[in-house]
Ligand binder design. Sequence first.
Ligand SMILES: [Fe+2]
Ligand SMILES: [Fe+2]
Length: 586
Amino acid sequence: MQLRFLTPFVFLAFFTFKLQAQTTVKEVLDGAVTRLYQQLTPAQLDTISDEYILDFLSAQERQILATRYWTFEVNAPVVVSLMRDQAQKVPPFWLAKSGFQKTTMQVKNEEYTYEVWQKKFNKGTVQLGINGFDKHRPVYFISVGPQKKGDKVKIARVLPANQQFREMKVGAFTYHDWDDLVLEEVPESLRGQILFTTIRGRAREAHLKNAFRQTLYPSQPRPDQVVLNLSGDPKTTMDVQWRTRPNVTKGQVLYWKAQTKDTVRTEASMITIEDRLLRNDRYINHFSAHLKGLQPATTYYYRVGSASGGWSEVASFKTQAATPEGFSFIWFGDTHKSPDWGAMAQKTLARHPEISFYSIIGDLVSTGLNRDEWDEFFHHSGNVLSYKPLMPIPGNHDSQDGLGAAMYQQLFSLPTNGPAQLPKERTYSFEYQNALFVMIDGTFLNHEQTAWIEQQLANSKAKWKFVMLHFPPYNFEEDYSQIRKEWGVLFDRYHVDMVMSGHVHYYMRSKPMKAEKIVETPKNGTIYTISISIPSHHKEWPEEPYAAARFQSGPVYQHIRIDGNRLVYRCLDPDGKVKDELTIEK
Ligand SMILES: [Fe+2]
Ligand SMILES: [Fe+2]
């Protein structure tokens, strides 16, 4: 009898213990934010302080935030040194309480000076807490050394997983998303220790102070943000995406050929996308459908939605012709979710209704994990992306602080044929008629992509070869000699016709280049271009000897027409005035 009563209790106790043992910092924050939304007005959310937050959290939640940000095991007694940017106003709430002591030592890089805090740990588990409730981007990092000289310290079971280690020394970098920022001053006693590198994105893990945002364009039951992509064969497939409020859980694409009434249905898959700090629209449902078995060179009309949520306006798209008969496309430099870009993009659809697709060369938005910025991006674009597929690449703003480009990947449906070891849909290639497009996410390290890039260029029989890459190999602002050395040689070897870039916020078209030298004609060199879809300002405007044309500001866009052996490239302003032009004959 006793056992019968005891068993559920023991089980429950064990289960509760298990739950507690596994609760993460993220789960604590998810729950806390939910309660904050229930209890505070938007105005109050903007005023919460460290004291308020600590009081608002339960003792158990505080304990998790104080211990589960970084955990690992050591095989010997160690001293953990924690480098905290001295400009961060409020030290982590747990730091002094847990026994860390501030030393007189300092660690410096070019930008920041870090206080060094230390604590001794016995062999076993080391647990460290959050960086703070602010979003202080230069987050703390640590180094670990033995208490007893000569002990060889081994680190195991690190959480978060995939921890990387370096040697603590002058010249070491600490943030993977900013590996040019290296330590310039390291006290003698810390040199040679095990340095735990990190990413600046970790500053967001417990961000609550001045953290909440609202979107001007919240989701509705009725679909919006309808966007086309090409993830498969452009002759026979098309990808359609849209979003709704989270209470709409099903969606379909209804589509039909021009002049027919035979409607075909394709079910969409659905994911919920969360932006925890978006106070008026935290969750949306995002739908994605892959239409197959389409006829080449055919216009289809379509709408998306569901009986419960409603339907979108009818839009249309055209599939690629079965044999190369010539095509055109438009590409934009950095758009940064700008209304200037959006107004220009809307005019381009009316002016160039024949184009096959649009590309954007990265920095679509300014903060890639903030969904309110994507809402602005889609809002400003009107409906152009529901008529022409978008084939973008990410820039440094779409993939930020080492946290990746999750929202970019969720919002678009792009080819998954990129380098096997890298996240999908960020670097990819596709062919359209007689042209190859190698779309490179330049935020990944060069050498991780080199072999893949060479494969794409070597294996393609396409007549025209284009590379899209956010960072411009030739420009006056940033040194991309590494890109020229590692990838430029491939562009030379396989004769890439044009490289399209952005990032530096001006317009430039180079003379034909080979082996970093100006050559006679595009027949034996590559044209490097940079563009910008928003107004921009450059104080300095030094000469660029390789430049054939330059403009200090946008917005401008590029229209490229290919007919067999002939390519006509034009750069136009929002009113359609041609500002720069080039014809290449093969
Ligand atoms: Fe950029
Ligand atoms: Fe940019």
